[in-house]
Design a protein around this ligand. Structure first.
Ligand code: ADP
Length: 376
């Protein structure tokens, strides 16, 4: 069923798990190009007995001729993320980034008629900042809120050591994104795909996926900018509703040409005071705890410099406190006799859970943001 296509390539999130959405049904076979449709149908004949495979067959049949079906299957299996949705409210703070993403992606995807000409949306947006600040969560929320198909890509998922396979994977990715539009192609750690330095023979494959990625992305930008899509293009999907969203913790590693393609570069900073407070309150809200408002205030204060994921890690570690002292008794203590989480648990956890970004490291982001980014 859905699971076959729901490889969760994205990083785990603490967002509330929600019911996965139904697999998109595409019932209509392409009206023309009957020949390739029939030919492909028979190639995939063994799949016809299963509903979801039937969907996959439908999707594959809409791909342009040059796209390798085996690569497309691989992309569908490993890279299209379904279920485990993230919504705006799951993400603490980052109001400016949310606003920018709504304007740049969500509204144009939902109302393409309003966003043409001068209002033509950007085709790519870079989210940069320290690790664990919610870049992946934002990308997933964008996909949920714009009702888009979410392709979660990393450099390694597009690189094959077999000659020519990397290009095929990249072409399949963009082909599928158009067929399943509106689509978000999310590239995590884009620095490793578009790195300024990749030389030597072992980097040959990654250099090829980089080159092909840039070619495909340009084609997409051209098709979308022209809007005058040929009949052929239309049948092969909607290029104007495919967006590349990328995230990086190392924006300075992206080469200049690639950097310039991201018209929008959004800084995702460490959480400020009120955001840490909101996140801590969120994390504690469903827990049995004894922290007063003053205790929380102290925690907000001492977690200055923590990222969102550092704060999550801290709260998780502290939540283990009440169980740690139990020893073997843990196995037969009734739930209602487990003591609440206390401030002392957080104090103890603060010894082991430290911020993952140093003040020096932070300065590097601030500098890059000042030079190349937008804040919000
Ligand atoms: P990034 O992509 O920036 O490295 P992620 O989006 O993968 O970071 O975040 C990692 C984890 O940290 C999330 O799953 C979540 O638990 C927590 N987290 C980070 N930022 C936030 C935030 N702004 N609000 C809520 N949780 C966050």
């Amino acid at each position: 069923g859905v699971d076959r296509m729901s490889i969760s390539a994205a990083k785990s999130s603490n967002a509330v798990r929600r019911k996965p959405p139904p697999v998109k049904r595409r019932e209509t076979p392409p009206s023309s190009d009957q020949e390739s449709w029939e030919q492909r149908s028979s190639e995939e004949a063994e799949d016809e007995d299963d509903g979801d495979n039937h969907d996959i067959t439908m999707i594959l049949s809409k791909l342009p001729k040059g796209v390798d079906l085996q690569s497309a299957r691989q992309i569908l299996n490993d890279i299209v993320v379904r279920g485990d949705e993230v919504h705006w409210d799951d993400i603490a703070g980052l109001e400016g980034a949310k606003k920018a993403l709504k304007e740049a992606v969500v509204y144009p995807f939902l109302r393409p008629d309003l966003f043409s000409g001068l209002r033509e949306p950007a085709r790519g947006m870079l989210l940069f900042g320290p690790p664990g600040t919610g870049k992946t969560m934002l990308a997933r929320a964008v996909a949920t809120e714009s009702k888009s198909t979410f392709f979660s890509v990393s450099s390694s998922s597009l690189t094959s050591k077999w000659h020519g396979e990397s290009e095929k994977l990249v072409r399949a990715l963009f082909g599928l994104a158009k067929v399943l539009a509106p689509s978000i192609i999310f590239v995590d750690e884009i620095d490793s795909l578009l790195s300024a330095r990749s030389s030597g023979s072992e980097h040959e494959a990654s250099r090829r996926s980089k080159t092909e990625f840039l070619i495909q992305w340009s084609d997409l930008q051209r098709a979308a900018a022209g809007r005058e899509q040929s009949a052929r293009d239309k049948k092969e999907g909607d290029a104007s509703r495919v967006l590349v969203l990328a995230a990086t913790n190392m924006p300075w590693d992206i080469d200049e040409a690639a950097r310039r393609r991201f018209v929008r570069r959004q800084y995702i900073p460490l959480p400020e005071h009120h955001v840490r407070e909101q996140q801590l309150r969120n994390l504690l809200s469903h827990q049995h705890h004894e922290l007063s408002d003053e205790d929380t205030e102290v925690l907000v204060h001492v977690t200055e410099g923590f990222s969102g994921s550092d704060i999550t890690a801290l709260a998780k570690d502290a939540a283990m406190g009440p169980l740690r002292n139990l020893g073997e008794a843990l196995l037969h203590t009734p739930m209602d006799q487990i003591r609440p989480i206390r401030f002392e648990d957080f104090e103890a956890s603060l010894y082991s859970i430290r911020p993952s970004v140093s003040p020096d490291g932070l300065r590097k982001y601030e500098d890059w943001a000042r030079e190349f980014g937008e804040r919000g």
